[in-house]
Design a protein around this ligand. Structure first.
Ligand SMILES: [Zn+2]
Length: 222
């Protein structure tokens, strides 16, 4: 058969593990030939590297996550309210339900959103917006255990307000890690294309690709 445009057979990229179509000439994440894991840049003067990201873009991604969570939560809340009104549950004027169960439910939903999102997909929707991924400091995949730890410690990183502890640690640590990252041994990365001489001399903190290291490339600058 000639193979129509919808034949979407996928393979795991040999360098970064991302699922790509079997015919893809170059992996969009790591820039390698997905079948060999070798750098897809023909002249070798450039390559894709994963750089640990700092406070700015991470806070913006976080704000997006909370907008999404709040919108979903308000939508569901409104729906429940309308159903209850329809059922005549709020017939007594002036009688309001206590608000604390809502905060507990919202916190639990937010916890599951960050935990499952980062463990299953390596990113939440907010991080996906900015091509951010959570990975281990050795470049490997973050699992459910590490994602659980970094999500749990968001509470401490938030203290005393607005992620002050977390942001300060990200500024101070060489790999830009908040407390949850330090405890879970994770970093937040974004892949960028850099010139080879820039990769060699750059002070930017990077992590290696998780796949088998192709000889002579990819790993020596990590
Ligand atoms: Zn790749």
């Amino acid at each position: 058969m000639s193979g129509g445009p919808l034949s979407a057979e996928t393979i795991a990229c040999a360098r970064c593990g991302r699922r790509v179509t079997a015919e893809a000439p170059r992996c969009p994440e790591c820039g390698a030939d997905p079948r060999t894991g070798l750098s897809g840049f023909r002249d070798g003067a450039r390559d894709r590297v994963r750089v640990c990201e700092g406070v700015g873009v991470r806070l913006v991604a976080l704000a997006v996550d909370f907008v999404i969570l709040s919108a979903v939560f308000l939508g569901i809340g409104l729906l429940v309210y309308l159903v209850l009104v329809g059922a005549g549950e709020f017939a007594v004027v002036g009688e309001e339900p206590p608000s604390w169960p809502l905060w507990i439910i919202f916190s639990a939903a937010a916890f599951l959103y960050f935990w499952i999102g980062e463990a299953r997909f390596t990113q939440t929707l907010g991080k996906r917006f900015f091509d951010l991924r959570v990975v281990r400091t050795d470049g490997g995949r973050v699992g459910y255990g590490a994602a659980f730890v970094r999500t749990l410690l968001r509470v401490v990183d938030w203290l005393p307000a607005a992620y002050l502890v977390g942001a300060t640690l990200v500024w101070l640590t060489p790999r830009r890690q908040r407390l949850g990252d330090l405890a879970a041994r994770t970093v937040v990365v974004r892949s960028r294309t850099m010139a080879a001489d820039e990769i060699g001399t750059s002070a930017l903190p990077t992590v290696p690709w998780p796949g088998p290291a192709p000889a002579g490339t990819g790993r020596d600058h990590a």
